[in-house]
Write a protein that binds this ligand. Sequence first.
Ligand code: SF4
Length: 343
Amino acid sequence: MVDLKNMTIDELEKFFVDIGETKYRAKQVFQWIYRGVTNFEEMTDLKIELRKKLNSIAYISSLKIAQKLVSDADETAKYLFLLDDENIVEGVAIKYSYGNTSCISTQVGCNMKCSFCASGIGGKVRNLKASEMVDEVLIMDNDYGKISNIVLMGSGEPFDNYEEVMKFIKIVNNPFGMGVGIRHITISTCGIVPKIYDFANEGLGVNLSISLHAPTDDLRTQLMPINKVYPIKDLIKACKYYIDKTHRRVTFEYSLIKDVNDNYEMSVKLSKLLRGLLCHVNLIPINYVDEIGYKKADNEKIIAFKNTLEKNGITCTVRRELGSDINAACGQLRRKYLAGRVK
Ligand code: SF4
């Protein structure tokens, strides 16, 4: 049995031609899938014989909501999705003035072991299929409200699941499906340098965000072990290549952790590192994670850090704190849910 949700429109066209049908059927079925239909019987513009044929050779996969929490403070909704193999992944839906954003996971767990992140604690279990990532968005679209922006910033390193992530982008961007604009999709990476070059060469126009979190190799390696493999110099070089190739700015994510990377010296070093680069810095007051113990930087430190960057000509924003009452930091809710499930 083949899962039609895991196909781009081109793959679906080939599928229908291979089973002796016209290409046009692909467009019809694609549209049904992205209206949330998972049963061929409901696809009333298909001949009954074709519906029967599809029932015998294909299916349309669908995740289930295992848990949903909505923040009283800001309406941010956190979802736990149950996969076919009983694994659990997280997604978050966030309301902004410019529309709803869904933050999705790309892997079950993560191998990158960033020291501030709950998703890396248990390591990677497996990659998500494109259809599973699509379904995270589709379910939030149906349940939370129209999703107009997607960020791949949940559990998992997107560039460690490169092929499926590229397929996911093609599917959600297709106008016959969800039609999410390419400029409304953002991939966040911890810095897998060779994949940044590959991604630049795709010429897609998707936004690139880099989890930087430290301006020196010593500190970044402590926070993010990937830095041992791809140090800052190589990472910045790859970002320059991406900017030259796409003419698009890169966003650098910098989580401000109390007494770790929030001091004046770090803000000056970060300014020097990024000076002259077409970029934007997103300063993130870190969410507290029980098992890790890092604390959010004090508000005065956050403001001072931002001021130093701006004085040095680096544009930056402080990310609004969202869903702190519902464990909205990456991997937190999943870990709590799994701990409860084994009791
Ligand atoms: S921050 Fe991202 S890359 Fe790092 S461990 Fe967490 S999910 Fe993985």
